[in-house]
Design a protein around this ligand. Structure first.
Ligand code: KG4
Ligand code: ZN
Length: 334
């Protein structure tokens, strides 16, 4: 049987990435040019700066992915590209790069939703078992997705305000930690205790939605109040307490969702799934309930193009195609 070879391209935020994936499950190459060091001095991603760096990097990164894949352009079945959601200027660089390559090499173009990419990062770890619940937690998203089969997505919970990663980044900034704040909070929390009782937003009975803006404000208010009273702040305890609050809500709601749909598998994906507390608590809760859990290795939790190629493989096999009028969409529905 012929292998399906897909080149994935991802530029929705601050990583310019391209990867070649075989049969949706084997990474042949995975090139990422990260802009984190460039945006750090601004304390966050500056959209216009991101677009310019994507333009600089896109051709090099695609060439690197092809060169390291061991296949030639003729072996390629399709090019899969992140269509959205994300920063529009950033998305356009990937979409136009993909269109140019698809036209030049006469291969089909497959549009991919970024969230489905994060979910499919798990397929490099193990085969998906349906029905499943996927929690996608990143700097831009906090979503619970119910999947009954490959390529079918039902969002059953989402954030009403900030994404979990956004809360990590803002709290980190308040403590004076560099961007991106998630990994910094994670490190700092290891030396602290969750002694401060920050709020957990459960919302209405039975709701699978999330809200993190109240927690973020509570942490910021706590810091200001303590400073006003002249108390010395224990940053490690603040980080541990904040992290515990986020992780408790993420884990409980994911378990409720999994039990509700009788999930055969729980997937966690997106940048925040790199968090050590989220990983260990999720493992514990899934074990207790006897539901198999999959979380990608750290390198595949954050934005990359292998995951886009993996999701694009499913789209390709289902006959999804885009023509050269394909456009990036900042707010794309799943
Ligand atoms: O998936 P991703 O690379 O990009 C988006 O699609 O947003 O996620 C980036 C987010 C950032 O908010 C970053 O702070 C967070 O993931 N993150 C973490 C950790 N590593 C990355 N948050 C908590 N703990 C971590 N270890
Ligand atoms: Zn992402």
């Amino acid at each position: 049987k012929k292998k399906t070879m897909i080149l994935g391209i991802e530029t929705s935020c601050d990583e310019t990435a391209a990867a070649v994936v075989e049969n949706g499950t084997v990474i042949r190459s995975n090139a990422v040019a990260s802009q984190i060091d460039i945006h750090r001095r601004f304390g966050g991603v500056v959209p216009e700066v991101a677009s310019r760096h994507h333009v600089d990097q896109i051709t090099l990164v695609c060439e690197e992915a092809m060169n390291n894949s061991g296949i030639s352009w003729d072996d390629l079945d399709a090019i899969a590209v992140t269509q959205g959601p994300g920063l529009i200027g950033a998305l356009l660089v990937g979409v136009n790069g993909a269109k140019a390559l698809a036209y030049a090499h006469q291969v089909p173009l497959v549009p991919v939703h970024h969230i489905t990419g994060h979910i499919y990062a798990n397929r490099f770890v193990q085969e998906l078992e349906f029905p499943l619940i996927a929690l996608v937690v990143s700097g831009g998203h906090t979503e619970l997705v119910h999947m009954k089969e490959h390529g079918s997505y039902e969002v059953i919970g989402t954030t009403r305000d900030d994404a979990a990663g956004e809360a990590f980044d803002k709290v980190a900034r308040t403590i004076g930690l560099p961007y991106p704040g998630g990994p910094e909070i994670d490190k700092l929390a290891k030396g602290g205790q969750p002694t401060i009782n920050f709020p957990r937003a459960w919302l209405e009975e039975g709701s699978l939605d999330f809200s993190f803006s109240g927690l973020k404000s509570a942490v910021i208010n706590y810091i200001h109040n303590e400073q006003q009273r002249g108390h010395e702040l224990n940053h490690a305890d603040i980080a541990a307490s904040f992290q515990e609050s986020v992780s408790e809500v993420l884990v409980k709601k994911t378990m409720i969702a999994a039990e509700r749909v009788h999930a055969k598998q729980i997937l966690v994906a997106g940048g925040v799934s790199a968090n050590s507390k989220v990983r260990s608590e999720m493992e514990r809760a899934a074990n207790t309930r006897g539901i198999p859990l999959s979380i990608p290795p750290l390198s595949l939790c954050t934005d990359n193009a292998a995951m886009i190629a993996a999701s694009g493989t499913i789209g390709f096999l289902k006959g999804m195609r885009a023509d050269l009028s394909l456009n990036g969409k900042a707010n794309l529905a799943i």
